[in-house]
Design a protein around this ligand. Structure first.
Ligand code: CA
Ligand code: CA
Length: 182
């Protein structure tokens, strides 16, 4: 089929009725669909913007919240703050579209200083992986939560948990099934 005879695609930017997705949303949705199918897992779409990596769905949120409020937002989706436990996952979640700024991940030493534990209870030490920025973690008892840095991309920094930051959530397969395929 030549370009001249191909059916027109959704180029009518003014053609959406109220309540319909914007053209930009539709483009994001098709990207999401292709990524999710490629990875073999159906992530919530199109209004949720979760993207699949090794059987887990991740979403980077644009709004800025404290660590606890971010945790609550993930829990409302039946998920948790993202827990990158290897370099491929850390790089994947860093690459999710989000705008500028640091983003919370699900890692904290609030319960016991310098004993870093993921939100699912696994200790950081047991993963054999970390991506601390140079001279981090630096904050002692004043900094008990962890962000993915934008200034030195993909590296981690401990910060005070009451800072308002963007954040990344993750959903396992069971959460996806129970919430989004009702
Ligand atoms: Ca600390
Ligand atoms: Ca720090």
């Amino acid at each position: 089929m030549s370009l001249a005879t191909r059916e027109p695609t959704d180029t009518s930017i003014g053609g959406w009725r109220p309540g319909q997705p914007s053209p930009r949303r539709r483009r994001n949705a098709s990207l999401l669909e292709s990524r999710s199918m490629h990875m073999g897992l159906e992530c919530p779409k199109p209004d949720y913007d979760y993207f699949s990596h090794t059987g887990i769905c991740y979403k980077s949120f644009a709004e800025e919240k404290t660590y606890d409020k971010a945790k609550q937002t993930c829990a409302a989706d039946r998920g948790m703050l993202a827990m990158p436990k290897d370099d491929a996952t850390n790089t994947f979640i860093y690459g999710l579209e989000y705008g500028d700024g640091d983003r919370w991940i699900g890692l904290s030493d609030a319960a016991s200083e310098d004993n870093w534990v993921f939100e699912d209870g696994q200790t950081l030490a047991s993963t054999g992986y970390n991506n601390w920025d140079q001279d981090e973690p630096s904050g002692g008892e004043g900094e008990n939560c962890v962000v993915l840095r934008s200034e030195n991309p993909t590296t981690w920094n401990d910060l005070g948990c009451n800072h308002n930051k963007r954040f990344i959530c993750q959903l396992g397969k069971s959460a996806v099934a129970s919430v989004f395929f009702f």
